[in-house]
Design a protein around this ligand. Structure first.
Ligand code: MLT
Ligand code: MN
Ligand code: ZN
Length: 301
């Protein structure tokens, strides 16, 4: 296959908890349990340039099922995997817990910022990843690296906060630009794709960065900032969780109106009304030319 092509498989389009979430009876979780809407596993993509070797963007708690459901990621010999690398965008549970699934003596490269690598090294359970086989590589903001031949990835800061389990000393900085939450620019000779599953705000510099992309996967966690309090499912706003809403005058749909490539919302929380066919939220997203990512969807941008 031509090395300049890029294949992207949505392993999981859901946010933390997935759809349905184990302890949630909201309208979307109930609809998923009744088979009315498709379930979603938690947030990750798989990317390849040659169809043989793959890199995972985030390692979700559902990774075992995601690998089983994707034939391109099955072993091709007695032991081994086409997964050559994992790149993490933050240290949230829904993006790192799947590393524990990858513990059975097959090597890969593990790329993350120093801040996120620090989270892993501070949690000794990740020592199940044999250091003789799993190489942890620190990536720096705005410095490109090549997790697969022909695929250049450039990490960049996006507004975000520290993982929930590190919020031990009072409310964290909510839209800090640093190493704790990153976006990824994926580049082959012919294509540019961005993956930003968590993002608290859209400053002009980030909008400009996304504009040239052939495809953008962007944070679709919530439709409105007060979605969880208003639906009675939780006390936190989107801003407090580090996620910009899709809708509204300052939402991502309005802020990203200048994008022209393929545009997909991912990391979609089960409370998001856009998951419901026929909802006004979904109609607004589709009318603006955006798609809602689905598990097992494959994109050839
Ligand atoms: C998030 O995206 O806000 C986190 O994944 C929440 C969590 O840790 O459950
Ligand atoms: Mn998340
Ligand atoms: Zn729910």
């Amino acid at each position: 296959m031509n090395r300049t092509t890029v294949r992207i498989v949505v392993l999981g389009a859901g946010a933390g908890g997935g759809l349905p979430q184990w302890n949630c009876g909201c309208a979307q979780c109930a609809a998923a349990r009744r088979g009315l809407i498709a379930p979603m596993t938690q947030s990750a993509l798989a990317v390849s340039v040659d169809g043989d070797e793959w890199v995972l963007l985030n390692a979700s708690p559902d990774l075992r099922q995601q690998l089983a459901d994707c034939a391109a990621l099955h072993p091709r010999s007695l032991r081994g995997s086409p997964v050559r690398a994992v790149v993490l965008t933050n240290g949230d549970v829904d993006h790192i817990a799947g590393l524990l699934t990858l513990r059975e003596k097959t090597g890969f490269m593990l790329f993350a910022t120093e801040a996120t690598q620090g989270v892993l090294s501070a949690n000794s359970v990740f020592n199940v990843l044999d250091p003789a086989l799993v190489t942890r590589s620190v990536i720096a903001l705005d410095v490109p690296f090549e997790p697969l031949p022909g695929l250049t990835v450039t990490p960049y800061a996006v507004p975000g906060k520290v993982p929930l389990y590190l919020e031990d000393e009072g409310p964290p900085a909510l839209a800090a630009m640093g190493e704790q939450t990153i976006g990824l620019e994926l580049r082959t000779a012919e294509r540019e794709v961005h993956y930003v599953p968590g993002c608290a705000a859209l400053p002009d510099c980030l909008v400009r960065r996304l504009e040239p992309a052939d495809a953008v996967f962007f944070d679709g966690t919530i439709w409105t900032d007060d979605e969880m309090p208003a639906s009675g499912t939780g006390a936190k706003t989107g801003a407090r969780m580090g996620h910009i809403a899709i809708g509204g005058a300052e939402g991502s749909l309005a802020r990203l109106a200048s994008l022209r490539g393929r545009r997909l919302y991912t990391h979609i929380n089960n409370t998001n009304p856009a998951l419901m066919p026929g909802s006004s939220a979904r109609a607004a997203i589709e009318a603006a030319g955006w798609e809602i990512a689905r598990d097992r969807m494959e994109i050839l941008p």
